[in-house]
Write a protein that binds this ligand. Structure first.
Ligand SMILES: Cc1cc2nc3c(=O)[nH]c(=O)nc-3n(C[C@H](O)[C@H](O)[C@H](O)COP(=O)(O)O)c2cc1C
Length: 330
């Protein structure tokens, strides 16, 4: 059974990657992930605000929206709210590289063009095998257009690619008007991989206390559908390799993601719920499923459910929409 795959130009023995999150915050956790069969590890994101709190007054956004620095700064968490400070992060990355043989991918969430580049360089120097740019952003200004936001994202990718030699993956949210177009432009800007999708952590409202409440709900397999959909649309249309993040819990989830076109599947919630050893169960189940269904290799299975060969994907999507709604009988 050949489970090997290529992601970001890295040859991996299997498609299971431990996604960005707290599992790899210490060396023990990292070794446990490697022992359980993870093909690569993504460290949690370093946020630019952690690095340059004192420089926040220079933030374009804050100036653009006319907010005072003090007001904006007060929303940001204090340095001790972060699991790893900037220097600790780089040290942790160096030590992680020494501790395991599998690729270690650093993750960066920048806020200004300069911030992205400076820390991308430092992460590459610290030995990261690749960098995942976490482009999580919510634009609340009615005057900011989709085109502006997309231009900024594309420019960030282009600049980071110019600055470092290691592969760059880009983790995106699904909430763009024309996601396929944006994905293609990010691909053209040089991204080596696209990671679909960031989850949005919508706060709830506590109507008694009049506060917004933050609770991070872990995912389940139902979240995979959105990823399958876009993976199937992009597969075969971009040069970058494709990763699914969100809703990967079982071997069947990995099979579906691969058939939709994924080169790797990242897991976080499933490993937080079941422990790193869950990776080994998924790997064993994956091999068993492929054996039973006579798929000798993951590569042979990849993209066989992609929309690439569908002559008119828009019409196909519309037909699916109609069938879904009209098929329901009260
Ligand atoms: C506790 C926690 C911390 C996370 N931290 C990060 C992070 O620092 N950077 C990032 O890009 N994603 C982060 N994520 C998101 C995950 O990498 C992943 O994209 C998301 O949880 C969906 O995958 P899942 O369904 O396997 O959990 C975090 C998720 C969790 C649950």
């Amino acid at each position: 059974m050949n489970l090997s795959t290529e992601y970001l130009g890295l040859m991996l023995p299997n498609p299971l990657v431990a996604g960005a999150g707290p599992l790899a915050d210490d060396l023990d956790g990292i070794k446990r992930l490697e022992d359980a069969g993870a093909a690569a590890i993504v460290l949690r994101s370093l946020f630019e605000e952690q690095i340059t709190r004192e420089q926040m007054s220079e933030y374009e956004n804050i100036e653009r929206h006319g907010e005072s620095f003090a007001e904006a700064a007060s929303y940001f968490p204090s340095p001790d709210a972060f699991a790893l400070g900037p220097f600790e992060y780089l040290n942790h990355l160096r030590r992680a590289k020494e501790a395991v043989r599998i690729p270690v991918i650093a993750s960066l969430n920048g806020a200004t063009p300069g911030g992205w580049i400076e820390y991308a360089r430092l992460m590459a120097e610290a030995g990261a095998d690749a960098l995942e740019l976490n482009l999580y952003r919510i634009s609340t200004g009615p005057e900011t257009t989709g085109a502006e936001i997309e231009r900024e994202a594309i420019a960030t990718v282009r600049e980071v690619k110019k600055a470092i030699m290691i592969p760059v993956a880009v983790k995106l949210s699904p909430f763009y008007t024309a996601f396929a177009h944006l994905a293609r432009e990010i691909d053209r800007a040089g991204a080596d991989g696209l990671v679909l999708f960031n989850r949005f952590y919508q706060p709830d409202i506590d109507p008694e206390e009049l506060i917004a409440t933050r609770t991070l709900h872990l995912s389940d397999s139902s979240e995979l559908r959105l990823r399958l959909h876009w993976m199937a649309i992009l597969s075969g249309r971009v040069r970058a390799s494709l990763a699914v993040t969100g809703g990967v819990h079982t071997a069947l989830d990995v099979v579906k993601a691969t058939m939709a076109g994924a080169h790797v599947t990242q897991m976080v919630s499933a490993l937080l719920m079941n422990g790193p050893a869950h990776l080994r169960t998924v790997l064993d189940d994956l091999a068993a499923w492929m054996q039973e269904h006579e798929w000798p290799s993951l590569a042979g299975m990849r993209g066989n459910m992609s929309l690439f060969k569908v002559p008119d994907p828009d019409a196909y999507e519309r037909a699916n929409y109609m069938l879904m709604l009209q098929g329901w009988r009260a």
